[in-house]
Design a protein around this ligand. Structure first.
Ligand SMILES: NC(=O)c1ccc[n+]([C@@H]2O[C@H](COP(=O)([O-])OP(=O)(O)OC[C@H]3O[C@@H](n4cnc5c(N)ncnc54)[C@H](OP(=O)(O)O)[C@@H]3O)[C@@H](O)[C@H]2O)c1
Length: 509
């Protein structure tokens, strides 16, 4: 008897309290720590989901003491979640510590080792460590190298763990993602690494797996025999806010499609995993990427549309063009909108197009996946023309109104046969009294427990960049003007034309 793979481990039980540990956020004075990490940790603490002895050490160059750091974090919880409960806060703030320092320098890692051993003794962190890289991606290799050389990447003993969370963007193209993965595996094993994609922490994204694999009625029709095509829309009404410097060198394809939209494609497209474990789920997702039909340079203009927002009106307010935003080049060719048509070349999905689009300054914020089914094979209602029968749609609403809609034809009451589409709707808000968990809460807890199911694996990331990079390269070489769409509209008209040529049209949320 032999096996090709390690045996599939049972998924850690939800509701389990993680082991005692010390977490380090590198980039403690930054936006991510304030807006997402600290509010998420406070909520976990308030819900009694953090272990006894949990401690958080913030590191950045800004001089702070434990006291001043605690008071800034209190403000952050108030600003980005809710005014902290005085009694809960007085207990929570005792878990927060600050270490001023430059992550470029070995000194800070030496001081960190001393602080760890003090916290192990005084607070019972038991030698378990979690490092969260909340700094700009240029610093990732330096930090990984220092963690490795100082010995912090290795668990203290066989009973301990040392984990690292890496934020997006993970690389800029295939080569840089590969180089970063190489750097990581020099010092960490894959099961220590948590590449975060907050889309995967969203309840509704996880619910796609429950919908598909905990019900028997949908899976038999989840294939090319019944599905005409799939649309994935991630629309944002916001512009680039204060992120001009980063965004202008990234663009929508890198910022959204390579990670979030391809994760959604994989969740819809994957085969049933043998179990809900990190290995099985991530194996199946990676297979979807391996089956993507590569896009040749000469095909890029046929299967993609780029756009950049111009002046316009959103929610009654005048907004300005992308090229007028702070830290954006006045002649920038960066796309703020992208449409991509792709195919998954396997038995389940052969010749079923997936249309992906994402953009900024669109009319509303909405993330939805629409699965359009094929038309009925034969029309029994002789007096109803085919064009009056709409195809069935299954719409998975990811945000902001989380839920699922099934659209089908119904007979309008009356003596004649008249048909009209109607909706059957499930809404999270009305079906469950429990509020929908924030993605960062869920993902932080999973990391502390050691469950990597909802994190991107190194090979997935490289396969995603392998698919995207030829498109980026073709765009680099194409000097035709980039279409401009008015802010507050659904993107450039070329996006509608591309679907119209396939005799299809966008379903706008
Ligand atoms: N903000 C978000 O919502 C968000 C969402 C998704 C992903 N991300 C990713 O998360 C990372 C952080 O984003 P952010 O928005 O929080 O950035 P940010 O506001 O610019 O914060 C960067 C942090 O890094 C620290 N830092 C910079 N150089 C340092 C050095 N040499 N040594 C020690 N600390 C240093 C800064 O503090 P000092 O200046 O005090 O040293 C600051 O705390 C980025 O990779 C970003 O792409 C952010």
């Amino acid at each position: 008897m032999y096996s090709l793979e390690a045996p599939v481990k049972a998924a850690p039980q939800r509701g389990r309290i993680p082991d005692p540990c010390a977490m380090v956020t590198l980039g403690a004075s930054g936006d991510l720590t304030h807006r997402k990490l600290i509010p998420a940790l406070y909520k976990l603490f308030k819900s009694q989901l953090l272990p006894e002895g949990f401690s958080l050490i913030g590191i950045s160059r800004t001089p702070e003491t434990d006291e001043s750091f605690r008071s800034k974090m209190k403000e952050a919880v108030g600003a980005y979640f809710e005014p902290p409960d005085p009694e809960v806060w007085s207990r929570f703030e005792k878990t927060l510590f600050y270490l001023p320092g430059n992550v470029d320098s070995p000194d800070v890692y030496r001081e960190l080792i001393e602080l760890f051993s003090k916290l192990d003794k005084e607070r019972g962190c038991c030698g378990n460590r979690l490092f969260y890289l909340a700094v700009s991606p240029q610093l990732y290799p330096t930090i990984i190298e220092h963690l490795g050389k100082s010995g912090l990447s290795c668990p203290l003993s066989e009973k301990n763990w040392s984990r690292i969370i890496i934020e997006k963007p993970f690389g800029h193209d295939l080569n840089s993602a590969h180089a970063l993965n190489d750097k990581i595996v020099q010092y960490f094993k894959e099961d220590q690494v948590y590449r975060i994609d907050h889309f995967l922490g969203k309840e509704t994204v996880q619910n796609i797996l429950a919908f598909r694999f905990a019900n028997s009625i949908f899976e038999p029709i989840w294939n090319r025999q019944y599905i005409d095509h799939v649309q994935v829309t991630v629309a944002e009404s916001l512009g680039i806010e204060n992120r001009g410097g980063y965004y202008d060198s990234a663009g929508a394809l890198r910022d959204m499609v390579q990670n979030h939209l391809l994760q959604l494609v994989c969740t819809i497209g994957m085969e049933p995993p043998v179990a809900f474990t990190a290995t099985s789920v991530r194996d199946e997702k990676t297979k979807v990427l391996q089956a993507l039909r590569p896009i040749k340079p000469e095909e890029v203009n046929r299967v993609t549309v780029r756009g950049q927002y111009g002046d316009g009106v959103i929610d009654g307010k005048q907004v300005q063009a992308y090229r007028k935003e702070k830290n954006v080049k006045p002649d920038s060719r960066t796309e703020t909108y992208v449409l991509l048509k792709l195919f998954i070349d396997n038995w389940r999905w052969a010749d079923v197009p997936f249309y992906l689009r994402t953009g900024k300054h669109l009319p509303k914020r909405a993330t939805e996946i629409t699965i359009q089914f094929k038309r009925t094979p034969h029309l029994v209602f002789a007096r109803v023309p085919e064009k009056h029968i709409d195809p069935n749609l299954l719409i998975l609403h990811i945000q902001p109104d989380e839920g699922i809609t099934l659209r089908f034809e119904a007979k309008v009451p009356g003596p004649d046969i008249h048909l009209q589409p109607v909706n059957m709707k499930f809404q999270y808000g009305s079906s469950f009294t429990k509020p929908v968990e924030e993605a960062y809460e869920r993902l932080l807890l999973d990391t502390l427990i050691g469950d990597a199911t909802l994190f991107a694996r190194g090979d997935w990331i490289e396969a995603a960049w392998g698919f995207i990079t030829p498109i980026l390269e073709a765009w680099e070489n194409d000097r035709t003007p980039i279409p401009v769409y008015a802010s507050g509209t659904w993107g450039p008209s070329e996006a509608d034309v591309l679907l119209a040529e396939d005799k299809r049209k966008w379903r706008n949320p």
